[in-house]
Every structure is written in structure tokens, then in C-alpha cells.
Write a protein that binds this ligand. Sequence first.
Ligand SMILES: [Fe+2]
Ligand SMILES: [Fe+2]
Length: 326
Amino acid sequence: MTETETLSTTTSSFRIAHISDTHVSPEYNRHNVAKLKNLLAYIVDEQFDHIAITGDITGNGEDGGYRSVRRLLKYFDLLQYDKLSVTIGNHDIFGGVHRAEDLFNFGSRCRTRDYDAQVRLFERSFKETFPNKAYAGESIFPYVKIVGPVALIGINSISRFHAMWNPVGSNGRIADAQIEEVERMLLHPSIAALKKVVLIHHHFNKYRPFSNSLGTSLYQKFEAQTLKLYGKDRVEQVFRKCGVDAVLHGHTHIEGIYSRSGIMFSSASLNRVRDGADVDDPVAKSQLGFNEISVSSEGTIMVSKRRVIVQPKGTSSRALDKKIYR
Ligand SMILES: [Fe+2]
Ligand SMILES: [Fe+2]
């Protein structure tokens, strides 16, 4: 059963399912793999043309989390350039706070995590989905790929650790060199006729957490103090100048669609923070969310919010979960 907030798409549209913040971790977020499996089953069943996942794909940036996600994507035959695009989130590099005691040592974990090694692990884990980079050893970000009528631009917005500016890893910053490369990509004549869709982990709207939400986890409360994309205005200016049509992001765990100076923004989360209106609603509780980006054959781009209630079909999913987490 599905519910769509905005009517969308004709059958000839090119449709992207935008999901985010899946936080898969064998150690701490085992239930997320079942949620993701149900959501992917629905999206595959609905014959979407492409899936975009905008970071925090793993909960803790560990090998086991990446392996679990890979197995799940393989199970649905999604580890392919044409079918999937991903970008990296702060949890994929620094991990997160999952227990109260983690609060005390998380700062030092962020300080000692090898940022570049974590980026390489992420890139290896989803290698089938990335374009080939000319120079070996360089990060894959930023990248551009052409899929159907869309040019997808993937950006790494995760700031390196800094004791003052990024003490828990969740703030964002895009290095000048990356912004300049993104600009070159966006202005390249070969994608002039295509829709330009950016995949980035950090948000561009004002972050207003729902203070009374039961869905607000310990980490979300902690992280709320430090969610920020430094240099956001400059990045947005480049997007505007280069004719970006839509920006897909995650990070806040607040689902939404908004527009800023002619650009549409899609904010998605597998683990959404529920607000006052639906916090006690059992139906809302069982819904999984994603956003749909559709490009019509006339070239109109539209973003819609989707809610899905996925009932497990007949058998228990435990066998598959076991296989994924083995
Ligand atoms: Fe997240
Ligand atoms: Fe995040």
C-alpha cells in the first residue's frame, strides 16, 4: 500500500528513487537492514529506473556494515552503474554514537579515524556504480554520470575532523578544488541538454529538529548541535549559476521537499524523525519513506514524497537477514 503526497509521473517518465541515511550496521542497527530490504523490494517492484542513496549508508563506517549493504544490493541486482548512484555521509567515515558511553570517546574516535582510508573503503564498496577515474589513487569524488536523461553529480561534503569546527564529524565542508571541479563538470557542453541532479549528504535548509519527537535518538540529539555545511552559500551559488535542477540530500533525518532560488531540494531518510502530527500514529510508524524524482519525456522534472507500507510477504525475513549479516 502506498500513499503519495504529490501526484507524479507518467509511465514514460524517467524515475529516480531517492533514499538516504540507511545506517546499516551489524552491531548497532540490525533492524535497518530489514527496513532497507523492504524498501528496495518495493522500489524494484515498482520498476524505478534508478536509485540514489545520499550517504550515511552505514551506521558506523565499519567493514561489516559495508559488506551487509553490498550483499543486500547484490541480492536485488542493484550494484550496477545504470541502476544505482551513491554518495558518502559522515557516518560512513566517522561512525556515530550508539550508546551513552560512546559520547565520551566519540570525539577521540573522530580525531583518530583515517578519513582517506574510510573514503577509499566507501569507494571500493560501491565500485560498480562509479565512473572510471582517469588517475588511480585519487578520490572518485566529485563524479559525474549520465543515466537516461539525467546527469548525476556526486559530491563528498564530509568535513575532515577539526577540534573546533568539526569535533564530532557531522559538519560539512567542500574543498575549493572539489567545488571548482563540480563547476567544470556542470558547465561541460556534453551535459548541457540533460537534467542536472546533485547527490550530496548535507542539507541546505534550516535544520529544525522536532524537540518532542519520540523518534529522536540519543545520537540525533547529540548530532543536532553540529549539523552544518560550511560555505553552503558559495556551493548553492555554483549550483544556481550552472543550472542545477535538483539537489538530493539526507543528513537531517527529516523528510521533505523544498525549493531555493529555482532549485528543487529533496531530503530523504530511511529513519525519519517523526513530528508531532504522526508521532503517535501506528500507521505512520510502519511507513517507510523515500522521494521520487521524475523527468517527463517533455523534460519536466518533479519531486514527490512517497510513503510506503511494506508488509513482509508470507515468510519471515530472518533467513535473508542472517545471510546478509553473516
Ligand atoms: Fe544520518
Ligand atoms: Fe549524516
